[in-house]
Design a binder for this molecule. Structure first.
Ligand code: HEM
Length: 424
């Protein structure tokens, strides 16, 4: 594609398979570039993105998950739109999500959510995930091939969060079947009323009933403890607040982790020497995971809304402008990462990437995601040798094709067909 100047990042499906050339085109216009079709400034510069995420008073997260679609329900006026935003926030899509909250309300909701990530709970969850990885691999390993995304990564990530939240075993399969797509479908025309875009309507119903019931009659399980949780000042949250948190943990933690596993395996297949290196020295797995998150991580972008007129990197940003934080591009900023288009395990600044965000909204599930991918990679490498991409599905080396979900917020491999020699 050569006409990047006419491309709309939010609707053009040609960018889905490989967004990186477009990101480089944007970078050639400076670290903050205006997208001509919308009231959006796109950030490809690492330092500029960091400045923005570290200033939540100037840059609201109200549009974090959705960006400029749908448009704001008000016409921004003047150099400070805080009052307008406060007046219209409830009309905006998905502002109940913790990732879209600001200030004290965000801190309160984040602390509520952290009740679920206690060390004891995480330890029990980790034991569950190591057993689960064996069970799922056992379903297909003898065939010598699988679609890593549908046969392994998606059920794995879904079941791990179901376990973390204490969803009864009998309901977990229903969760795997019913979960819809995450927000941000490329080219979707979304209205404020259209909550389907979040793919979460089923979750809202489910958790609504569950948590309301457990608030009345505690059953001593994890969801009951969560139903009784308090805000840091001792006040009691609405059941609706807890429902948003529970549902978001699925939205935020399921697809991202599954697609990171896909990206890790794609990388190991494309660089066989690296596959052998990691197979022979498992202590490299944490560095490998961080490098894949930097090089081809699952979150392509998050958004912010400029609440006050300001200047970043010499560019004036008017209040009311949407900011697309293109984390996938910032992580390849050559001013920050040497040879950014290469996978290099021992980068001195390997963990400085923005793949899990930064600042007050840094990914709350990062340790969980890393634990999930570590367990999976270890067991996959234990039980499968000579893992290769299937030529039948992806084509011959050098001409391979991959299908990604058409979502502008996520970099989500739809399928990854691999072949391997089973290890008994
Ligand atoms: C590879 C996997 C994952 C990646 C790459 C990832 C990435 C991110 C990013 C980039 C953000 C920041 C969004 C922003 O700047 O507005 C974020 C926030 C968040 N993530 Fe993750 N995430 C992953 C897995 C998970 C998991 C497993 C969970 C939980 C089960 C989770 C829960 C959250 C939550 C709750 C937030 C919002 C935090 C807040 O607003 O305070 N994530 N994640």
């Amino acid at each position: 594609m050569t006409h990047f100047d006419t491309v709309d990042f939010y609707t053009d499906k040609e960018l889905v398979e490989n967004p990186y050339p477009y990101f480089e085109y944007l970078r050639s216009q400076g670290p903050i570039a205006r997208l001509p079709q919308r009231n959006v400034l796109a950030v490809t510069g690492y330092a500029e993105a960091l400045e923005i995420v570290n200033d939540p008073k100037t840059f609201s997260s109200a549009n974090s998950a959705t960006g400029p679609i749908p448009e704001l329900p008000f016409e921004p006026e003047g150099d400070d739109i805080q009052e307008q935003l406060d007046a219209h926030r409830d009309e905006m899509l998905a502002t109940g999500l913790v990732v879209a909250k600001d200030g004290k309300e965000h801190a309160d909701h984040r602390s509520l959510m952290m009740n679920l990530f206690t060390p004891t709970r995480l330890k029990a969850n980790e034991e569950y995930m190591w057993n689960l990885t064996d069970t799922l691999i056992g379903n297909f390993v003898d065939q010598g091939h699988c679609d890593l995304i549908t046969d392994y990564a998606t059920p794995f990530a879904t079941l791990v969060i179901a376990d973390l939240l204490g969803i009864p075993e009998n309901d977990r399969i229903t969760f795997c079947e019913k979960l819809g797509p995450p927000p941000g479908a490329v080219g979707e025309d979304v209205s404020y009323e259209d909550s389907q875009v979040l793919g979460m309507s089923f979750l809202f119903e489910y958790f609504g009933e569950y948590l309301a019931e457990r608030r009345e009659n505690s059953k001593g399980d994890i969801l009951s403890q969560f139903a009784q949780a308090k805000f840091p000042d001792g006040s009691t949250p609405e059941v609706g607040d807890l429902v948003w948190i529970s549902a978001f943990l699925f939205g935020a933690g399921q697809d991202t982790t599954a697609r990171l596993l896909g990206a890790c395996l794609r990388t190991l297949c494309e660089i066989p020497e690296l596959q052998e290196q990691v197979r022979n020295d498992r202590s490299l797995i944490p560095a490998f995971i961080d490098e894949v998150v930097r090089y081809d991580g699952p979150v392509k972008c998050a958004h912010r809304l400029a609440v006050k007129t300001t200047t970043i990197g010499g560019v004036e940003i008017k209040a009311g402008t949407h900011i697309a934080l293109l984390y996938g591009a910032c992580n390849r900023d050559p001013r920050e990462f040497e040879a950014p288009d290469q996978v290099i395990l021992n980068r001195p600044n390997a963990r400085k990437h923005l793949g899990f965000g930064r600042g007050v909204h840094t990914c709350a599930g990062m340790p969980l995601a890393k634990a999930e991918v570590t367990a999976s990679l270890n067991r996959i490498l234990d039980r499968m040798k000579d893992i290769k991409l299937s030529e039948e599905h992806h084509g011959q080396p050098g001409k391979q094709r991959f299908t990604y979900e058409p979502i502008y917020t996520l970099r989500a491999l739809k399928n990854l067909h691999i072949e391997f020699t089973p290890v008994s």
